[in-house]
Each structure stands twice: as structure tokens, then as C-alpha cells.
Design a protein around this ligand. Structure first.
Ligand SMILES: Nc1ncnc2c1ncn2[C@@H]1O[C@H](COP(=O)(O)OP(=O)(O)OP(=O)(O)O)[C@@H](O)[C@H]1O
Ligand SMILES: [Mg+2]
Length: 364
């Protein structure tokens, strides 16, 4: 697991990777002269190109690796753009997204996997907070902790060590019903299927199961009608558990840290998604790429985001999650940012993401 993020103080911009420090200080935040940063060769660049091509094959989106500024691109059909709209952090005009209507009835759920095999990119944080933001729109949401680390469970106040049954028992136990495992959270409408270290054994034990890749899907089918959205928090790996998550999912969200090494491995991830689409789940779609831990004060963060938008175009969500110490604080508090710091920019960002997610799903 990659834990490079842990060396970065979330409240400062001091240590943003092994970039030439001069690059970060040369230009002020408002300076747009770095829109084509040829001087900066990102280590994931060849991979980024490969991933953009793979994504093109998957979604039909046109990669424009060395193309014009992102603002010149066609807007996502899900969102009407006002002519005088302000430019968002991705360099594109902010779309006009109406507040989502509460659904008239619940279910069957759309299943979304939060997936990136790189560690510490904000998968768990995004699963919890997107889930909580969707609940605020009147949706019922089930969060699936599909990582043996159990971070999602901890982040919602569930102690993984004291669980008598967890998602592991649903995957491999014959006589366990989802109701025995599903736990309510402090947020009404937000339920969780918790996990703990037992789940790591499932990776090995599932190998001998018939239709092993569909095991999670079989579990989720039993509860799908009760929820509007099911979000799966994947582990930082592309092993059998993640393949199960991608097989169960209708859509994938790829959180991508706006940081030096973030682009590495993206080609491998898009390749895996493409294989799952070919062999196991033809209806799987990439819902979007989510920029996380964005720090607009650093040129580096802005450049990484710009490269990602150049490569992946409209697949990138307009909403970008900024780096703030509030998120680690919410993990300690065991609640989503939407309740812990309801008026904070972080909470607003996940509400904005929820609107984009719903708009994209309805446009699909
Ligand atoms: N926007 C953010 N700003 C600052 N810190 C953040 C942000 N998002 C997440 N974090 C923190 O970064 C760490 C990693 O985040 P998170 O656990 O969500 O990543 P992950 O991709 O799920 O990691 P893993 O791959 O280990 O499961 C956590 O301590 C979290 O609180
Ligand atoms: Mg996680």
C-alpha cells in the first residue's frame, strides 16, 4: 500500500512531493501563465496517455492530450452551462445543476464502486461523504466497506474489532442474512455493511467458489430494492475483492489525488475496468474521475489537475475536493463532514459532487 500522502501535512502546502520547490513559488495562485507546463514532466505522463486512450475505448470520450485549454471543450450533456458561468477548478465553466428532487419511491439501487488501487487517494472519505450528501437529497444509501482495513466502518463510528458478523460472513457464510450484518449509522437513511480483517481471508477463500467474481453481486441483489444508491468502498488493490466490486457495480468513480504520483497506475486501473466490462459486466460504466486533496495554492496541484482534465476531458467531475484537515478530523469523530462541519467547504464540495453524480446518472 502506498502511504505517501501521510507525509503531507494536510493543513500546509510545505511538502508537496519531490518537485523543484522553485516551481511552486515562482508563480502566484492567480497566475495562469503555466497552462502548458512543458517544464514539468510528471512521472505518470506516459501512463496517463495510455489510460486516456483506454478510457477513450471505454467511454468514447475524446482524449486531448496536448490539446487546447480544458475550457474549450464540449460540456457534459448532463449539465447546462450558463454563458457567463464562472470557471471552476478544472478550468471549465461551472455547470448549472438544479437541486435534486427527492425520489418518489425507493430502490432499486444504482451500485457505484469507489475504486483506485492506489492507497490513500480519498476512496473511503469520498464514499462516506458522498453517501451522506446523497442522503441529504432524500435518497436511502447503503455503504459497503469492502476493504479489510475497515476504514469506512471506523469512519462511521463502527469498531471493526468487535463485529460478530461482517461482510465476510455474507460472502462466505451460507446462513447469514444481510439484516444481521447491516448496521444503521448516526445519519438517518445511511446504512453500512461493515468489514474487518476477516475480509482479507475472503480474497483467498473465494478463489475456489463457483462464479467467484459475482459473490458480492449476489449479496447486494438481496438488499438492492431497499436503497436508492449503494456505494462500495474498494480496497487499494486490483485483486478478487475489487473485481467483485466492479462486477457488482453499475458505475465506477475513480478518486484521483491531485499529487505527484497520482497518475501512476491509472492505465492499469482503466485496463482492469475494461477487462471486467468485456468479460463479466458489460454494463459497467465510468461515472467520473474525482480530483481529491486539491490545493489551489500550489502550482503543482493545479498542474496535475490540468493534466488530468486534458487527458480525461469531460469524464472529470467539475467538483474537486480540496485538501483540508477537516477530513482526518471527521474520521476521528466517526461521522461524515456533512454533520460534523455541515457548513464547511468540504461538506459543500460533497453536496456538489452528489448533484453531479445524480445529474450524470439521470442523463445516462
Ligand atoms: N480532501 C482531503 N484533505 C485532507 N485529507 C484528506 C482528504 N481526503 C482524505 N484525507 C485523509 O487522507 C487519508 C486517506 O484518505 P482515505 O482513507 O479516504 O483514502 P483511501 O483511498 O480510502 O485509502 P486506502 O487506499 O488506504 O483505503 C485519511 O487520513 C483521510 O482523512
Ligand atoms: Mg480506504
Amino acid at each position: 500500500m502506498d502511504n505517501t500522502h501521510e507525509s503531507v501535512d494536510s493543513a500546509t502546502t510545505e511538502d508537496q512531493g519531490p518537485l523543484n520547490r522553485q516551481d511552486l513559488t515562482d508563480r502566484s495562485p492567480g497566475d495562469s501563465s503555466g497552462t502548458t507546463p512543458e517544464h514539468l514532466v510528471l512521472p505518470g505522463e506516459p501512463e496517463l496517455e495510455a489510460a486516456a486512450v483506454a478510457l477513450h475505448d471505454l467511454t468514447g470520450a475524446q482524449p486531448e492530450l496536448l490539446g487546447p485549454a480544458p475550457a474549450a471543450r464540449k460540456p457534459h450533456p448532463a449539465a447546462a452551462v450558463q454563458p457567463d458561468a464562472e470557471i471552476g477548478p478544472t478550468g471549465r465553466p461551472w455547470p448549472k445543476l438544479p437541486p435534486p428532487e427527492p425520489p418518489s419511491s425507493h430502490g432499486p439501487a444504482m451500485i457505484v464502486a469507489m475504486c483506485n488501487q492506489k492507497g490513500g487517494v480519498g476512496k473511503t472519505t469520498s464514499t462516506i461523504n458522498l453517501g451522506a450528501a446523497l442522503v441529504e437529497t432524500g435518497r436511502t444509501v447503503l455503504l459497503v466497506d469492502f476493504d479489510p482495513q475497515g476504514s469506512l466502518s471506523v469512519g462511521l463510528g463502527v469498531n471493526p474489532h468487535t463485529l460478530e458478523v461482517s461482510i465476510y460472513n455474507l460472502l462466505l457464510g451460507r446462513n447469514v442474512s444481510p439484516d444481521e450484518v447491516i448496521a444503521k449509522t448516526e445519519v438517518e437513511g445511511l446504512d453500512i455493511l461493515p468489514s474487518n480483517i476477516d475480509l482479507s481471508a475472503a480474497e483467498v477463500q473465494l478463489v475456489s467458489e463457483v462464479a467467484r467474481e459475482q459473490t458480492l453481486l449476489r449479496v447486494l441483489e438481496k438488499v438492492r430494492d431497499r436503497y436508492d444508491v449503494i456505494l462500495i468502498d474498494c480496497a487499494p488493490s486490483l485483486g478478487l475483492l475489487t473485481i467483485n466490486a466492479l462486477t457488482a457495480a453499475d458505475k465506477v468513480i475513480m478518486p484521483l489525488e491531485c499529487e505527484f504520483f497520482a497518475l501512476r497506475g491509472i492505465a492499469l486501473l482503466t485496463d482492469t475496468i475494461s477487462k471486467v466490462q468485456d468479460r463479466l459486466n458489460p454494463s459497467l460504466e465510468i461515472l467520473g474521475i474525482l480530483g481529491t486533496m486539491y490545493d489551489p495554492r500550489t502550482l503543482h496541484s493545479r498542474e496535475v489537475l490540468e493534466r488530468v482534465v486534458q487527458a480525461f476531458g469531460e469524464t472529470v467531475f467539475h467538483t474537486v475536493i480540496r485538501r483540508t484537515v477537516k477530513f482526518p478530523e471527521t474520521s476521528v469523530a466517526g461521522e461524515p463532514i456533512t454533520t460534523y462541519a455541515s457548513a464547511s467547504p468540504g461538506a459543500e464540495a460533497y453536496r456538489s459532487l452528489a448533484r453531479e453524480v445524480l445529474a450524470r446518472c439521470h442523463a445516462a
